[in-house]
Design a protein around this ligand. Structure first.
Ligand code: FES
Ligand code: FES
Length: 174
């Protein structure tokens, strides 16, 4: 018999704090999608094999279908909804669109989160590093070439943004 009792859960997701009550068998993926309505994170296999449900847990990529929600209590979760601002897409999202790295799009949120985690660790990866970082994300459509190109393009754009010389206005604000 499945437990029916619910337990308190505090989740920090994309900078917001949520107080919930969940059954112990609920996964982080179920809570994100069904309780918080953050449906950008997709469910594919539900067995840890496809990577469609990849999110960051305390900054590290995990497959949310294999994480019990209660194990994320008090921890920081980042989903694909947390990358863009109200004004603009994250450079990775923009690069995926511009480079044609999205076909059906089912794998895309997980791929973008895995790539984001890589670029946090390694802002200038080579192709091999990108392929390794997304090795757990299955895509049936793209053949991965455009995905890798998009991640490399986003890395270049982000690196150029970081290393751009300060403008006179920025200098004046320092
Ligand atoms: S749905 Fe989680 S790895 Fe496939
Ligand atoms: S774009 Fe369809 S599975 Fe990747």
């Amino acid at each position: 018999m499945k437990p029916t009792r619910k337990y308190p859960l505090t989740l920090h997701v994309n900078g917001e704090t949520y107080e919930l009550e969940v059954k112990p068998q609920r996964t982080l993926l179920e809570v994100l999608r069904n309780e918080l309505e953050l449906t950008g994170t997709n469910e594919g296999c539900a067995t840890g094999d496809c990577g469609a449900c990849t999110v960051l847990l305390d900054g590290l990529p995990v497959t949310a279908c294999l994480v019990l929600a209660l194990d994320a209590h008090g921890r920081q979760v980042t989903t694909v909804e947390g990358l863009a601002t109200a004004e603009e897409l994250h450079p990775l999202q923009r690069a995926f669109v511009e480079r044609g790295a999205i076909q059906c799009g089912y794998c895309t949120p997980g791929l973008i989160i895995s790539a984001y985690a890589l670029l946090q660790e390694n802002p200038r990866p080579d192709e091999a590093a990108v392929r390794l970082a997304i090795a757990g994300n299955l895509c049936r459509c793209t053949g991965y070439t455009k995905v890798v190109e998009a991640v490399l393009a986003a890395a270049e754009a982000m690196y150029a943004g970081r290393s751009a010389p300060a403008t006179s206005t920025q200098m004046a604000d320092m």
